[in-house]
Design a protein around this ligand. Sequence first.
Ligand code: 5AD
Ligand code: SF4
Length: 465
Amino acid sequence: MDSSLMTDSIQRARKLVSGLKAKLGRVPTACVVTFGCQMNARDSEKLTGILIQAGFLIVEEESADFVIYNTCTVRDNANQRVYGRLGYVGGLKKKNPHMKIALCGCMMQEPTVIEKIKKTYRFVDLVFGTHNLYKFPEYLVSCLSQDGQIIDIWDKPDEIEENLPTVRKYPFKSGVNIMFGCNNFCTYCIVPYVRGRERSREPKEIIKECERLVSEGVTEVMLLGQNVNSYGRGLENPISFPELLKEVEKIEGIKRIRFMTSHPKDLSDELIETIKNSDKICRHIHLPLQSGSSKILKAMNRCYDKERYLEVAEKIRREIPDVSITTDIIVGFPGETPEDVDETIDVIRRVEYDNAFTFIYSKRTGTPAASMENQVPEEESHKQFDRVLAEVQKYAKKQSSRFEGRVMEALVEEVNENDSSLVTGRLSNNIIVHFPGSADMVGKYVNVKLNECKGFYYLGEAVCE
Ligand code: 5AD
Ligand code: SF4
């Protein structure tokens, strides 16, 4: 969309919000509720930026004058949570009829969800999807100036909007989208259907955004994509992900670079070398395993087997000694036997993950796995899930304690929520450390002695150089 058109919509939204302010006798409030992944978190920063420019005061409470739910649909429990929130907020709207309720994000790309909203949730004022988020200023104008349900869902994207206003949760770190969508079609996953085909942003746009972020005080960027290792393939002048990393690294003022997510099938030696030789790329690789059984991996369409995965993980551990490796695991995929789970546990033992997110398989309508015949009974999945979780926790504890006694650099993110004499920092390897400090340290890099490992975090103390 033309930026001037967007500015025009924001101006019109401002007028409407100021009319509402006069009516209410106070500044109208807005609340953005986010479900799901880092991509959604980044999208919510864009929604928040637009709402602030329109004149809303951002609040945490869902009793706000404008509430928007940015939804996720990767597992069914995410959908159920949204319906639960809608039940609650629908009750609030009965008492405050001027309230406006909006829904956006991945769940809205599912036709069955839209049917349900039209039928059961008539009080929802605005619904849009993942491909037209950049139209939010226009929708906001329509929503604030008329009654009735506005629904606009596109089944494909049309362009990548580069200039949306954003408000960051942390002033010193930011996510940066480098690509959208996914082409992998893992058989359990709904993402390719709701986020569309893979599209990479032009490197110069990414660099421009990073430079702008630096000028605003950001020192840590997280490059975001469903499969960053295939970045750049569809561009007119294709470039690889490691090449992009090297360009981002050159930007003065950037101290840390993170990225998410790496698909094991595309992780190259060049990437391992690039991380190894870099002072800025963080020592953390999220490398989703999903299953350790080659049979299940094949049924999942993951395009690697157990051996290939282990080879990649071992190479990473060997070449980048302090790296932390985290993963995602799905338990209960159709046809999975306890022996397949043994294979997953074998990989956990061999890779010794620093952390792992373990999920019970959730059947997503429209995906190939949903129509597979050999679905695993829920009770069995829970049993196997507990086995996997116990193993994951054992190694996570062992791995995080390996840095005890070391001095490492932490980026201070906030004053500790429970004890204001402490601050909370994040190490390059993504481990959290709490140590005595004060609010003026937030956003700064501090060398911290890691005194005591408390399972998944450390207690430490700042040390002077
Ligand atoms: N069921 C359970 N977990 C899923 N994931 C994706 N789709 C499903 C599903 N249908 C998990 C994968 C992915 C993470 C983001 O969510 O492990 O890596
Ligand atoms: Fe889903 Fe697989 Fe794409 Fe990840 S790589 S978003 S799991 S289809």
